[in-house]
Ligand binder design. Structure first.
Ligand code: 8YV
Length: 315
């Protein structure tokens, strides 16, 4: 039997590449110098797309693949997949939830601790000889036993909140509805009110058209000059221009960010700031999690082509 033709949107770990190539006729979108010509040539034969959370699949790619049946996302976020186009054509979409929750939550806490305590700058202080030259590192603000706001209490938000409990944090959250299983945490119906009530705001919200720039200038002002922001969700949940203004003007104490508009290119204003901690979209970036994500992405494809129920279908 001939192998189904699949379109691969971006690079994947080597341990996923080999099994994909064994099972499918793989066409690499990201390697094609002329994307339009490439899609016109191979698009009609494509049955599945394997893509990453950060890359998704846009309307143009989906339209160029008239026989497309499934998009399997290597990532929990599927905001970059054109869901409307998929729904209109009955194209299934799968993602890789759960397997990355703990690592994403770990990184969120690591970013928060590093930002709060100036760990990156303190490392540079020790390495550079400043310690011997200038004396002790400047005092920082305490991280633990403060008020944390969780914007979006899904799987990752829950994992962040549970970890924060161990740090004696008082936890409030904003979500569509209060969660009956989170009675110890305070539900706050308005996102801006949540920002007013916390010292550090964790953004753990799935990105949709409705959440675009939900963290805007007025929310940053509600967080205030003593506030910290940690974003491990998607860049579009934050008005990045407003965030940069607030950081530059000292209207916000600091921000720890794993995601950026136009990543992997960063707005050069970030690199000039001392009150930010920057990560290269790496919340799920461990061997353990990336292996599990790849397996689940491939298992969804295999289930589809075997006519079996999909493991983690989002639509
Ligand atoms: C990406 C992510 O998939 O899970 C998500 O939604 O954004 C990440 O885990 C990662 O960029 C993979 O390359």
């Amino acid at each position: 039997m001939s192998k189904p033709h699949i379109l691969q949107m971006g690079q994947l770990p080597e341990w996923d590449e080999a099994p994909l190539h064994d099972t499918y006729q793989v066409h690499r979108y990201y390697d094609a110098p002329d994307k339009g010509a490439f899609l016109s040539e191979i698009g009609p034969g494509i049955k599945a797309i394997a893509t990453r959370g950060d890359l998704g699949a846009g309307a143009d790619v989906i339209a160029a693949c008239p026989a497309l049946e499934i998009i399997s996302v290597f990532g929990v976020g599927y905001d970059a997949v054109d869901l409307t186009a998929c729904a209109a054509r009955g194209i299934a979409v799968t993602n890789t939830p759960d397997v990355l929750t703990d690592d994403c939550a770990d990184l969120a806490l690591g970013m928060w601790l590093a930002l709060s305590r100036g760990i990156v700058a303190a490392d540079a202080w020790a390495r550079s000889g400043d310690w011997a030259l200038k004396g002790g590192f400047p005092l920082q603000h305490r991280a633990c036993s403060k008020r944390a706001g969780i914007l979006g209490l899904g799987r990752i938000g829950m994992a962040v909140a549970r970890r924060l409990q161990g740090f004696g944090m008082q936890i409030s959250y904003n979500a569509r509805t209060p969660r009956a299983d989170c009675a110890d945490w305070q539900f706050v119906a308005s996102a801006t009110e949540l920002a007013t009530q916390c010292d550090v705001l964790f953004v753990t919200l799935a990105a949709t058209a409705q959440t675009r720039h939900i963290v805007n200038a007025s929310m940053l002002d509600a967080l205030g000059p003593d506030g910290l922001l940690v974003n491990i969700s998607r860049a579009q949940n934050i008005d990045e221009g407003a965030l940069l203004d607030a950081l530059e003007q000292g209207r916000l104490r600091g921000a720890a960010l794993d995601v950026f508009e136009g990543e992997p290119q960063l707005n050069p204003r970030f690199a000039r700031l001392g009150n930010v901690l920057l990560q290269p979209h790496h919340a799920s970036g461990t061997f353990e999690t990336r292996r599990a994500m790849g397996q689940l992405m491939r298992d969804n494809l295999a289930a589809h082509f075997a006519g079996k129920p999909l493991l983690t279908q989002v639509q």
